[in-house]
Design a protein around this ligand. Structure first.
Ligand SMILES: NC(=O)c1ccc[n+]([C@@H]2O[C@H](COP(=O)([O-])OP(=O)(O)OC[C@H]3O[C@@H](n4cnc5c(N)ncnc54)[C@H](O)[C@@H]3O)[C@@H](O)[C@H]2O)c1
Length: 311
């Protein structure tokens, strides 16, 4: 693997997590944001996370030494093999940044974007070397969620996709390769298809919010860490799933607009955990309990993954 030096643009929610992963995997990282203050905040978050993962002090300081902070994008990408852009989700802004990157980076430097859903073809529009632009979509928090969707644009070369897949694997993550781009990639399409049906069940009065969540947590959700939809169908019997499809597909939501129920809640200023109310009342106790439970479960799953990989 040739990649030794990585430029991470943006030290926010995703950028600092990806910088941590790259430094843990022994790459030298140039981490870039607009102010020293934001960079210090990012470094503190990384340290806190390394401590939470119970890394030894030596190991933690070796990881931290591999991260250099800068406030200029040019400085950050001067001598790197791969750039991962984690800047705000705005197409025009990303297009401008990628044009600059294309001008200052040698043609063999991979230019990856962590966009949640913008088109890599659109991001690489009007640049000289669109073949080196690729999506590497990490999920939040990147330290705890293994998935990284690797998505080529229309002009991305196979070599760049291959190398990005290798890089993601070397970070200890699970890359998923798409053949071509589509809105929402794979993960968000599946997540939103599920949310659309959950909202529909509540809107039709078939069941309440808590019951829908319980049905997922204690039923289908129990299998999901082990089997995806195709493997689940294979294990359950394709004849059975085919028969269910004949009567259930026509009855499922095919809404092509956002849910009115969710729209009303959002318009009332209720945004979920961050505003204190959404589908649930987010008291400080509930917030602490759920965040802790989710983090612990994600760590347990990572530990299980490690054991499965070793066996
Ligand atoms: N937050 C998530 O859950 C999530 C998940 C997957 C993908 N993404 C995607 O990752 C990208 C980053 O998202 P985020 O949540 O980390 O955003 P964020 O707002 O937390 O971080 C963006 C950072 O970019 C910095 N920045 C802005 N302009 C800059 C410039 N000119 N030079 C250097 N730094 C600059 C900001 O100061 C900020 O720290 C977006 O494309 C987003 O869609 C986010």
């Amino acid at each position: 693997m040739k990649i030794k030096n990585v430029g991470v643009l943006g030290a926010g929610t995703m950028g600092h997590g990806i910088a941590e992963l790259a430094a843990l995997a022994s790459w030298n990282v140039m981490l870039c944001d607009i102010s020293e203050e934001l960079l210090t905040k990012a470094l503190n978050a990384i340290k806190e996370n390394l401590n939470a993962m119970e890394r030894s002090r030596d190991n933690c300081s070796a990881v931290m030494e591999r991260i250099r902070c800068v406030t200029s994008i040019h400085e950050a990408v001067k001598s790197v093999d791969l750039v991962i852009e984690c800047l705000p989700e705005n197409l025009e802004f990303k297009q401008k940044v990628f044009k600059e990157l294309d001008e200052v980076c040698a043609p063999d430097v991979i230019l990856a974007t962590n966009t949640s859903g913008l088109s890599p073809t659109a991001i690489a529009k009007d640049i000289k070397h669109p073949e080196r632009v690729v999506v590497a979509h990490f999920w939040n928090p990147p330290q705890l969620i293994p998935l990284v969707e690797v998505v080529p644009g229309e002009k991305t070369s196979k070599e760049v996709v291959d190398k990005t897949m290798e890089w993601v694997k070397a970070l200890g993550k699970q890359p998923v390769r798409m053949n071509k781009e589509c809105l929402g990639f794979i993960g968000n399409r599946l997540q939103l298809a599920l949310l659309r049906e959950a909202l529909y069940i509540v809107e039709q009065g078939y069941a309440d919010v808590e019951e829908v969540d319980k049905s997922m947590i204690y039923g289908h959700g129990r299998r999901l860490p082990v089997t995806g939809p195709f493997c689940s169908a294979d294990m359950g019997g394709l004849d059975i799933f085919h028969t269910i499809s004949t009567y259930l597909f026509p009855d499922l939501s095919s809404a092509s607009e956002p849910s009115k129920l969710m729209q009303k809640i959002v318009e009332e200023g209720n945004l979920g955990l961050k505003s204190g109310k959404g589908f649930y009342e987010w008291t400080p106790e509930m917030k602490e309990k759920m965040v802790k439970r989710r983090t612990e479960t994600l760590i347990d799953l990572l530990e299980k993954d490690k054991k499965t990989d070793q066996s």
